[in-house]
Design a protein around this ligand. Structure first.
Ligand SMILES: Cc1ncc(COP(=O)(O)O)c(C=O)c1O
Length: 392
């Protein structure tokens, strides 16, 4: 066991008792807990706003499957292109590929790691159907710029919002300026049920299609069919089996009440890292060599899902190894996805295609960030990173 784990979940008695109550009920899946969680998440997304319409939320078993179902709802397929970023988890591109469409990668802004709207503009062509931005580490991409491009060219925007539900930028939140946004409740996410996800949209017909797509494409869920007299169901299109369960929803519901407090703690930890790391590591007090800064620049309110540092060029992996030896949990979010074997072969993108994403992917490392990380544990991480930095 590491001295400081990369991530520690915080599911406790509130979540356990909510979960246990479902065991006393009839429906374990696609039942009332799912419907209530969907309503509560929609309400969370418009918190503090008086006039906003509450978006529709469709719970899924992961963000990966939510992305796939959402892309299906735009009817994309072979010959279509969707513009996205190489600085993401593979699921973003896999969803496009599974439908036979082509992910067209474009480079990132080096200061934030977010998709660069100028690069998106340059990549729009006759086959482009949509834009799939990723809100990396919990900062929203520039949705106003992307919306202008999408409107000018008749494109959809699907947000990969796996890294948070909490964020806001230029007055916008996930789902505000897009056709749909997808969240992840994977084990290390700010809100978690181990695995889980949700699609949010303000388009009621898309929401009802997504409800069907997540349940094979059948016309009625079991809960609709077993209210009294049995009702026949029909298969009306080819769908998936990727719904959220009531057990997952029961774990998620109490967490919605704690999101803001946990975000505040994450932010305090990030502030502390950014203040104390340069005190411990002299390099960080000067300019970063290359194009990416030592730390990503902030844009708006972040969910602070991950905290990353950009190592000096060529030294990231040695630093990771030393941190592992010192008992500190780490991760890499992410190596640019077009450099991974399958995508390299499938997309045929040579090294150097996206220099900013490649530099960030070669230099980035993620260190522990979660609300129950204590100041003492964080000091331990800082001390270990300083050691690894000097000795690598
Ligand atoms: C940016 C991004 N997109 C998509 C996913 C896929 O999420 P899930 O594990 O819920 O399928 C992840 C998960 O880590 C992610 O980080």
């Amino acid at each position: 066991m590491n001295r400081v784990e990369f991530y520690r979940h915080q599911l406790g008695e509130d979540e356990a008792s909510s979960w246990r109550k479902v065991l006393e009920t009839v429906f374990l899946t696609l039942g009332p807990q799912v419907a209530t969680f969907e309503r509560e998440l929609g309400e969370f997304l418009v918190r503090g706003r008086t006039s906003a319409t509450v978006p529709e939320v469709v719970g899924t078993n992961s963000c990966s499957m939510g992305l796939l179902a959402a892309l299906r709802s735009f009817d994309i397929g072979p010959g279509d292109e969707v513009i996205t970023t190489p600085m993401t988890f593979v699921a973003t591109a896999s969803a496009i590929l599974h439908l036979g469409a082509t992910p067209v990668l474009v480079d990132i802004e080096p200061s934030t790691g977010l998709i660069d709207p100028a690069a998106v503009r340059a990549a729009i062509g006759p086959r482009t159907k949509g834009i799939l931005p990723v809100h990396l580490y919990g900062q929203l991409a520039d949705l106003r710029a992307l919306r202008e491009l999408a409107d000018a060219h008749g494109l959809f925007i699907l947000e990969d919002s796996a890294h948070g539900i909490e964020m806001e930028r230029d007055g916008l939140r996930p789902g505000d300026q897009s056709d749909a946004a997808v969240f992840s409740f994977y084990a290390t996410k700010n809100l978690t049920s181990g695995d889980g996800g949700a699609v949010v949209t303000r388009d009621a017909s898309r929401a009802s299609r997504l409800r069907r797509l997540r349940n094979h494409g059948v016309s009625k869920a079991a809960t609709d069919r077993h209210g009294g007299t049995y009702q026949h169901w029909d298969l009306v299109e080819l769908g998936y089996k990727c719904n959220l369960t009531d057990l997952d929803a029961a774990l998620l519901r109490p967490q919605l009440l704690k999101v803001e407090a946990k975000r505040a703690r994450r932010q305090a930890l990030v502030d502390r890292y950014e203040r104390n790391l340069p005190e411990a590591i002299a390099d960080l007090r000067g300019p970063s060599p290359g194009n990416v800064p030592w730390f990503i620049e902030r844009r708006g309110t972040s969910s602070h899902h991950l905290f990353t540092v950009h190592a000096p060029p060529g030294r990231r992996d040695a630093i990771l190894t030393r941190l592992g030896a010192l008992g500190i949990g780490t991760a890499v979010n992410y190596r640019a996805i077009h450099t991974l074997t399958y995508l390299k072969e499938r997309l045929k993108l040579a090294p150097g295609s996206f220099p900013m994403a490649e530099e960030l992917g070669d230099r980035t490392l993620s260190i522990p960030l979660f609300p129950t990380l204590t100041d003492a544990e964080q000091d331990c991480v800082i001390e270990a990173l300083a050691d690894a930095w000097m000795s690598s």
